[in-house]
Ligand binder design. Structure first.
Ligand SMILES: [Zn+2]
Length: 232
C-alpha cells in the first residue's frame, strides 16, 4: 500500500503490484519521498499503480536519518491535514519544493520552518501577526504574546489576560511575518539561529497539535536523531 500526494487528485492510497518499470528494472521507482510519474487505474477498492517512473529521487532523503525525519515530518503534517482526493496544486508544489530543498540545502531547518508557515496558510489557518487578535491594535516592535486558540499575536496589554497566551519574542514574530509574506528566496536570506529555529519549531508544532487535537509522531523521532551520540 502506498500513500501518495498527487498533483491531479491530491492525497490517495494506492496499491502497486506487477509494476512495469519504464526505465530501469532495478531502480526503485516507488521509494519513500520520491517524486514519480505514475499511471494508475481504478480498481474496485483502491487505485492500482500500473507504471512508475522516477522524476526526482531525492537521494539524501533515503540515507541521512535526520533528513528522513524532516521529510517524514512534512509528509505527516500533510497526511493529517488533508483529505483523500482533495486536490490542491499549491500544496503539491510546496511539498515538492520542500522535499527538494531538504534534499539539497546545507540548512534543512529553514525549508521545514518555511513549509510550516506556508502550509498553515494554504490550509486556511494563517496566524494573524500584524494586529492583536484581541483588541485589534497594530503589533509594535516589542516582545509580544501569542495565543494558539485565538490564532495569532497579542499585544502586551491583552496577552496576560488570555489564558492560553504565551510569550513570544519580537524576533520570533519577525521571522514568522517574514516567512508569511516572502518567497522562499527572500525568506532564506535571513539566517536562522539555532535558538530561533527551536522557538519557531515549538510554536508551530503547538499550533498544529492544537488543530489536530493530538500529538504528531515524527517530532519525537527527529529529537531522538538529533540527540543521538555522534559516531566516529
Ligand atoms: Zn491587544
Amino acid at each position: 500500500m502506498l500513500w501518495l500526494y498527487t498533483r491531479k487528485i491530491g492525497k490517495v492510497q494506492a496499491i502497486a503490484k506487477g509494476i512495469r518499470k519504464i526505465k530501469s528494472r532495478k531502480a526503485g521507482h516507488l521509494e519513500p519521498f520520491t517524486r514519480v510519474n505514475l499511471l494508475m487505474a481504478r480498481g474496485r477498492t483502491f487505485l492500482i499503480v500500473t507504471q512508475a517512473e522516477t522524476i526526482d529521487a531525492f537521494l539524501n532523503l533515503r540515507e541521512d536519518l535526520l533528513l528522513i525525519g524532516y521529510a517524514a515530518y512534512i509528509t505527516e503534517l500533510l497526511d493529517r491535514f488533508t483529505y483523500d482526493e482533495d486536490d490542491n496544486q499549491q500544496i503539491f508544489n510546496l511539498l515538492n519544493k520542500t522535499l527538494g530543498r531538504i534534499n539539497t540545502e546545507s540548512d534543512p531547518d529553514l525549508p521545514v520552518r518555511y513549509f510550516e508557515i506556508k502550509l498553515l496558510e494554504l490550509l486556511g489557518y494563517r496566524p494573524e501577526l500584524t494586529n492583536c487578535v484581541n483588541c485589534g491594535s497594530e503589533i509594535q516592535a516589542e516582545d509580544q504574546f501569542f495565543s494558539i486558540s485565538m490564532g495569532g499575536a497579542l499585544c502586551p496589554r491583552c496577552g496576560p489576560k488570555i489564558p492560553d497566551a504565551s510569550q513570544i519574542s519580537l524576533n520570533t514574530l519577525k521571522y514568522l511575518r517574514h516567512y508569511q509574506r516572502s518567497s522562499y528566496t527572500e525568506a532564506a536570506k535571513a539566517k536562522l539561529s539555532p535558538q530561533l529555529n527551536r522557538d519557531l519549531e515549538q510554536l508551530m508544532q503547538r499550533y498544529f497539535t492544537y488543530f489536530l487535537e493530538r500529538n504528531l509522531n515524527t517530532p519525537t523521532f527527529i529529537r531522538r536523531v538529533k540527540n543521538r551520540p555522534q559516531q566516529g
